[in-house]
Ligand binder design. Structure first.
Ligand SMILES: [Zn+2]
Length: 688
């Protein structure tokens, strides 16, 4: 079945899908994005998918009525807030392209002094304070990604510091000429490129800000926007470096520290002389979002689901984000649909979704997950997310090609490595070999990593897997290729970029289709679900040691010995069960009813990581092992780690206890099954 599947995806068809999806700007709630929902539904019906349905949510949306920025002192400058057109790329001349804005910025009209605050992280404001500079009532100018932090965290930080408004610009050091050739000659951002985006506080609660924890189905109750925890309170705007430069170069105050200097040929200063007038007028109203859903009903286990998803909405054309993923998905659905037309069905049901409003607050997937929470908790084997399938330039990637950069919950990491051996990479090697080679290259290591280190098992937020993992306790995998890419969320992230710079042969698109489909088929067809809890435990032990090392935890502050011991026992139980399963399957000793119940229990292990109370301060995030930081960065043992980092040792102890109990519960469950399988095989109960 896997080889039949792999023979179908075609790079030329992926190119056609990509051209269709990137033909016009298609942000959430736009007419074009809604047309594309119908287009996908039609295509899936034609491809043979079943139960194709549009799910509608009425969501608090945010889009600009008008935005403007001018420097009023020491000289006059009006920011263009627009990106330049290039003759070689007709899409850049499309008049439907938006100006600069941030989703969920507050409306406001501010005239104030401008202060440069580097990356806009808390430690940057600490440094300003040390230099005697206050940002209270001022306009703060910060840059993207140094080190990477989600723009919504910069917004919350500026708000907490008392700033009146926030400007975020793209410095060429991060994604422009310092990195290499800029668009349209290369993958990096040109002078006028603008990184749009949302600044909602979805690391506290994602989805529609006015329905925290429940679905925005038509007629649902909405809280008042003033009560929403995830809505920013100050106006903010993204800028190209061309629009930021006049503000920076006209400052005459204290010179910024060396590591705050960017790549522009000026001296970056912290403050002095520059005043600006920022006006942001946002239209905030309920708008319909549409999730398209379809399935191939499983031939034997229709009530066990493997879910695949990709978001449809884009800030502009979405060349990489997300239409590369959409093109890969449409080739996947075409292949599985064609097989179903020949009578070949997966054993379990495969569900596929085209999400809406991911760019705003992971909204479509969150609302859908909240709507079907009860079913998903029982039936969902795993969620396989693809946001950007090709986020890099094959033309500048060198001989080894783009980096395959998946992440997965630790229990599914080994099966992903195994699946990669069956798929061919564009370089001609197996995806597994290509993955090892690019991992070695990217780490500047002398030899490739061991298999157990290939998959990133630490998972942050920032895409549609969030609700399934963090809120519903279902295992997730994220798939994609990465490389040089500096036009994220700008107008230049378009078909031209992909066709001339990113993936001219569209072979990475179909390679991604293949690994996505093979992984899905393995999960859908496996006798016993391929969770590896021994490996899972080893990863947990690694997370715990890292926590101890990073925070210099000793026994006086917090006793973690019992948790370590619990994890060791969990590892033994996981390995014991795996051996018993392998033996039982090979010998044909496990009765089908027993396999069925075993699979239910394996899914239960994942569910047992869910703590209904949630983590302290963020009740929506209920997973004990995984959450995300406010920056979107990965965060393991979130409740415990945040307590430790605050130095709240009492809370840390309580959190450690909660994890201990979940580990113990899962260990018991695995031992019982191991014993049951062994006694079925030999009639004797082996000692642990
Ligand atoms: Zn995306």
């Amino acid at each position: 079945m896997e080889s039949e599947f792999q023979a179908i995806p075609s790079p030329e068809k992926a190119r056609e899908w990509h051209k269709t999806f990137t033909a016009e700007p298609h942000p959430a709630a736009s007419e074009r994005n809604n047309q594309l929902a119908d287009f996908i539904a039609d295509a899936w019906r034609k491809q043979g998918w079943e139960d194709v349905i549009l799910r509608r949510y009425d969501v608090l949306h945010s889009k600009p009525r008008s935005v403007s920025l001018e420097m009023t002192e020491p000289t006059q400058y009006t920011a263009s807030l627009r990106e330049d057109a290039y003759e070689v790329d007709p899409d850049t001349q499309n008049t439907a392209v938006s100006s600069s804005y941030f989703g969920y910025s507050a409306s406001g009209d501010v005239t104030a002094e401008v202060v440069y605050a580097h990356s806009g992280n808390p430690e940057d404001y600490d440094l300003l304070r040390k230099k005697g500079i206050s940002v209270k009532g001022k306009i703060v100018l910060v840059r993207y990604s140094n080190p990477y932090s989600y723009r919504g965290f910069k917004a919350l930080t500026a708000e907490r510091e008392g700033a009146a408004a926030l400007l975020i610009y793209s410095d060429p050091e991060e994604d422009g000429y310092t990195r290499g050739k800029v668009f349209p000659d290369g993958p990096w951002g040109p002078e006028s490129h603008i990184q749009r985006g949302a600044i909602t506080y979805d690391y506290i609660v994602p989805g529609d800000p006015t329905t925290p924890g429940w679905a925005s189905v038509p007629g649902a109750k909405h809280i008042a926007p003033e009560e929403a925890r995830s809505l920013p309170k100050i106006p903010a705007l993204p800028l190209s470096w061309r629009d930021a430069k006049p503000l920076l170069e006209n400052m005459n105050g204290l010179e910024a520290p060396k590591d705050w200097q960017g790549a522009l040929p000026i001296t970056y200063r912290l403050t002095g002389a520059v005043k600006a007038h920022l006006k942001v007028d946002m239209d905030t109203s309920l708008q319909p979002y549409t999730v398209v859903e379809a399935r191939l009903r499983g031939s034997e286990l229709p009530d066990e689901w493997v879910l695949l998803g990709n978001h449809r909405d884009a800030w502009v054309f979405g060349g990489v984000d997300p239409s590369s993923g959409t093109a890969s998905m449409m080739e996947l659905t075409r292949a599985l649909g064609e097989m179903k037309q020949h009578g070949v069905r997966p054993r379990r049901t495969i569900v596929v979704c085209s999400w809406d409003g991911e760019e705003y607050a992971l909204t479509g997937s969150t609302e859908w997950g909240e709507q079907f929470a009860d079913d998903l908790k029982k039936k969902l084997v795993a969620y396989l997310n693809v946001d950007e399938s090709v986020a890099g330039a094959a033309t500048t990637a060198g001989a080894e090609g783009l980096s395959f950069s998946p992440s997965a919950v630790a229990s599914l990491a080994p099966m992903l490595v195994e699946a990669s051996k069956e798929v061919r990479a564009p370089s001609g090697k197996s995806l597994y070999e290509a993955w090892r080679a690019t991992s070695m290259r990217d780490a500047k290591a002398a030899k490739p990593p061991v298999d157990s280190a290939l998959v990133e098992t630490r998972i942050g937020s920032g895409s549609d897997h969030t609700v399934f993992l963090n809120h519903l306790g279902r295992p997730v995998i994220n798939l994609g290729f990465e490389g040089d890419y500096g036009v994220y969320h700008s107008m230049y992230d378009d078909h031209y970029w992909m066709e001339h710079i990113g993936d001219p042969n569209f072979e990475y698109h179909t390679a991604l289709t293949r690994i996505w489909g093979v992984t899905a088929l393995r999960l859908a067809n496996a006798d016993v679900l391929p969770f590896d809890f021994g490996f899972n435990a080893a990863a947990l032990e690694g997370f715990l040691r890292e926590l101890e090392k990073n925070n210099k935890i000793d026994n006086h502050k917090l006793k973690l010995k019992k948790l370590h011991e619990g994890i060791t026992e969990f590892q033994k139980a996981g390995e014991g069960l795996r051996e018993a399963v392998e033996h039982g399957l090979t010998a044909g000793e496990i009765a089908p009813e027993k396999i069925q119940r075993l699979n239910e229990q394996l899914m239960q292990v994942e569910s047992n990581w869910l703590e209904p109370e949630g983590i302290p301060g963020r009740p929506w995030f209920q997973h004990l092992l995984y959450a995300a930081r406010y920056t979107y960065a990965h965060l393991e043992f979130p409740g415990l780690t945040e307590a430790v980092e605050k130095g709240d040792w009492k809370l840390a102890e309580q959190q450690a206890k909660i994890i201990e109990r979940a580990v113990e519960k899962n260990t018991q469950l695995l031992w019982e099954w191991r014993d049951g399988l062994q006694s079925a095989a030999s009639g004797v109960k082996e000692k642990r």
